[in-house]
Design a protein around this ligand. Structure first.
Ligand code: ADP
Ligand code: MG
Length: 266
């Protein structure tokens, strides 16, 4: 099955080196050394790029399939472009072929010592497996959680909703030996100023942390929320920040309650 999809992408991108790094329900993600319009002498040594490809789905009617692929690809590229313009950490958009479901973007991750990509999830897992309890709850981890929360706060203050905030959709970039979070994967992202949408975004991340990093989840989540709050106190958002923060947190409590009721009912 995967081979068939790879043939599909090779048809659209002939002679491009492709190294598959992830296969999700909706997309395949490749690493490549090739830039679409910049030749090698202009690239940094060993610089790699990411190609995200949404293959056609044989079980969908071809016309509908084409429309869905096109609108999701455009949606994701637009979201990345808006983040790039705002200066919010995310991969730079390099090129987009929306008719064929292809987005070419900057590669943000580096490899952790165990070879896995530096997503927030892999990094926390790596610490939990290899480091002591003190290291898992160190000032460095607190700072990274705080920065993740602050980034989500800034996203929400710009009325942007991620839509799939899991710890694998947050990549840690290495900025002179300090980890800085960046967001990826905007297939479900939307533009909205509603407290409800922001609260659901936060709740999804809170649940992801509780289910995948359960031992220290309470600490991680409280640092995240401190960072989230701090974004609302920044000078540029001061006028609206406090009101927006209070609204979203109040909604978050409702959303948590709904979640608890739902899990009690099974
Ligand atoms: N720009 C990027 N830089 C580094 N790694 C990336 C990038 N985009 C995707 N990845 C890697 O590929 C994986 C899947 O990409 P993602 O956009 O999240 O697709 P999916 O919809 O399948 O989850 C990510 O979890 C990450 O490990
Ligand atoms: Mg993802």
């Amino acid at each position: 099955m995967t081979e068939k999809i790879i043939l599909q992408v090779q048809k659209h991108l002939p002679n491009i080196d492709l190294d598959i790094i992830s296969q999700g329900a909706e997309a395949l993600v490749f690493q490549t050394k090739t830039h679409p319009y910049c030749s090698n002498p202009y690239l940094k040594n060993n610089q790699k790029f990411i190609i995200k490809f949404r293959p056609s789905k044989p079980y969908r009617h071809p016309k509908i399939d084409f429309q869905i692929t096109k609108s999701r690809t455009i949606g994701e590229a637009k979201f990345i472009y808006k983040l790039n313009k705002l200066g919010l950490p995310s991969p730079s958009l390099i090129s987009c072929d929306f008719n064929n479901g292809i987005i070419w973007m900057e590669n943000l991750g580096i490899n952790l010592p165990n070879g896995n990509v530096s997503s927030f999830k892999n990094w926390l897992w790596y610490l939990e497996k290899n480091e002591s309890i003190e290291d898992c709850t160190s000032a460095e981890v607190e700072e990274v959680c705080f920065k993740v929360g602050q980034l989500i706060g800034k996203l929400h203050l710009n009325e942007m909703i991620h839509g799939d905030l899991t710890t694998s959709n947050i990549i840690l970039t290495d900025d002179s030996n300090k980890w800085d979070p960046a967001l990826i994967d905007f297939g479900l992202s939307t533009f909205s100023g509603l407290a409800e949408d922001k609260a659901v975004d936060l709740y999804v991340l809170e649940r992801a942390i509780t289910s995948t990093h359960s031992v220290f989840a309470e600490k991680y989540n409280s640092w995240l929320l401190e960072g989230y709050k701090s974004a609302h106190e920044l000078k540029e958002f001061k006028k609206i920040g406090k009101k927006k923060y209070d609204e979203t947190i109040k909604r978050l409590e409702d959303v948590r309650l709904r979640g608890r009721k739902r899990s009690m009912l099974g």
